[in-house]
Design a protein around this ligand. Structure first.
Ligand code: CS2
Length: 499
């Protein structure tokens, strides 16, 4: 098969191999600036928006994708060369692939190359929404102080160089300043990251920064910017080289960076858009008044579930989530964790069948076609743990509930951070706190509690004797017997308690 590079001139040739944009892309104008054009955005918001552009003649909701970091050069160059087009490959449960060529990203900007252009774009009148996928760590929140981290060198840089910022906070501040000066009213800043109360978090962190950088802007933001909370969901593994070559070989589509994802998708959003919004509900998003329970459920079951399987699975020696969850002992452990320790913390979830939700997670994690990398799941655990697992622990401790399984996972993370699995193979630790994690992990081998002293991750958990005792016991058990033997013992105990 002849391979053809994907771009605006060629995409219509692929109508047999994929669904293609049926709308006139040249008419679509930017209404959304999205920061962070990695896989997740392209499998989620950009997909929903593309679907909507098929339904509505409203062409003012195109997306301008912004690559914020130096590290994003490759995705920026790829999307530039492909006129914003890319292939979304949905890996169905039966092993087949459904392909969509997505056309909703109509412009791309590379912030490190031209910060002014990005600020101008965010400040332009036609932009009504600035949405973000900047990862859990991108919000610059410190778990120990419960505040914005002004010691971050990038933040110090932005305060000193307001015209050439490096962080999202520097960019937003400059753009909002311009909007105020120009008399523009109303813009929504919409987080699409996995954080409890992601809208509130964005608002609080931005206002903390602005209070230092441009205090005169605080009132204007209070009156003119809305920050909807949202729950976002679609498992999107890192695209593997085989995904790119398989697409080329089977379809002739030469796409330098397609995105692969699972069939499931969910987006539950608070309807709080001060300057209007696309009718995403027409393509499956849910608008609700209170998104908190949905967020809590997803973060503490799905995302925490991922971390549980990832950390235990990595130590046992698995590479992908499906391999680990298809080990019955690990699967049963996760079931117990969800039922015994997470479920009591979730409160009322009107209209949701929690039992079905938990079962669906096991099915999604078990999808053998997805091949979601354990490396991806365990990366940046220092930013994920405080959001995915710590709230469950704190809640359970406050209510004198069980924490043994969460303590076991924490111990597994401490041992994981040493950088070797149980077979002696190296584990690639990818984490902003890597150096700290590794030095604490070494000390923890003789005194496990030392790992809990990383207060930006654990807060004051190291002072809670119930947790420390359980964690220390788990640590020693794993050291002596290995993860799987311990998991079997715990499963036996909880099988009986639940029976
Ligand atoms: C994962 C998420 O990063 C992680 O650890 O749990 O990326 C997860 O796959 C998505 O949130 C699914 O919606």
């Amino acid at each position: 098969m002849k391979n053809i590079k994907l771009n605006n001139n060629t995409f219509s040739q692929f109508s047999q191999q994929a669904s293609i944009p049926q709308y006139d892309r040249s008419k679509v104008k930017t209404g959304i600036v999205h920061v962070g054009i990695g896989g997740f955005h392209r499998a989620h918001e950009a997909f929903y928006t593309d679907q909507l552009l098929h339904k509505e003649a409203l062409e003012n909701w195109g997306i301008c994708g912004v690559a914020l970091l130096d590290f994003d050069t490759k995705i920026y160059n790829t999307l530039q060369e492909q006129d914003g087009l890319y292939t979304l490959i949905v890996k169905e449960l039966d092993g087949s692939h459904t392909r969509h060529i997505i056309g909703s990203i109509v412009e791309c900007l590379f912030a490190p190359e031209n910060p002014k252009q990005v600020i101008e774009k965010m400040a332009s009148e036609e932009v009504k929404i600035i949405s973000l996928t900047i990862t859990e760590g991108g919000y610059n929140y410190n778990e120990a102080t419960k505040q914005f981290d002004f010691t971050n060198p990038l933040i110090i840089h932005d305060l000193e160089n307001p015209q050439a910022p490096k962080t999202i906070f520097g960019y937003l501040t400059q753009a909002l300043k311009l909007r105020k000066e120009r008399g523009l009213k109303g813009i929504t800043i919409q987080s699409c990251d996995n954080i409890q109360g992601n809208g509130h978090m964005t608002q609080n962190m931005l206002l903390s920064y602005v209070a230092e950088a441009a205090p005169e802007l605080v009132d204007w933001i209070d009156n003119n910017v809305s920050f909807p909370n949202a729950m976002v969901d679609r498992i999107t593994p890192v695209t593997a080289p085989e995904d790119i070559s398989y697409l080329k070989e089977t379809t002739g589509i030469d796409d330098a960076w397609p995105v692969v994802c699972e069939p499931f998708k969910q987006w539950v959003i608070e309807d709080n858009f001060i300057a209007g919004r696309p009718a995403w509900e027409k393509v499956g998003a849910q608008f609700v008044e209170d998104v908190v329970p949905y967020e809590k459920m997803k973060l503490s079951l799905l995302n925490a579930g991922h971390s549980v399987i990832g950390l235990l699975g990595a130590l046992v020696g698995y590479n992908t989530i499906d391999e680990a969850i298809n080990n019955t002992n690990i699967r049963t452990f996760l079931n117990h964790y969800m039922d015994v320790e997470v479920t009591p913390t979730l409160g009322d979830l009107e209209g949701i069948n929690l039992h079905d939700y938990k079962q669906s997670l096991l099915e999604r994690f078990g999808n053998i076609n997805i091949k979601d990398q354990i490396d991806r799941i365990c990366s940046e655990t220092s930013a994920k743990f405080p959001i995915f697992i710590l709230p469950t622990i704190n809640n359970q401790l406050a209510n004198k509930g069980a924490i043994e399984l969460a303590a076991f996972v924490t111990a597994a993370w401490a041992i994981y951070s040493f950088g070797e699995d149980e077979k002696g193979n190296p584990l690639a630790i990818k984490d902003a706190l890597k150096t700290t994690l590794q030095s604490k992990a070494i000390e923890a081998q003789t005194k496990p509690v030392i790992f809990l002293e990383i207060d930006s991750v654990f807060g004051d958990l190291n002072t809670n004797s119930t947790f420390v005792n359980s964690y220390t016991k788990a640590y020693k058990d794993i050291q002596n017997k290995g993860v799987e033997a311990c998991v079997i013992t715990l499963n036996n105990k909880y099988d009986k308690t639940k029976a």
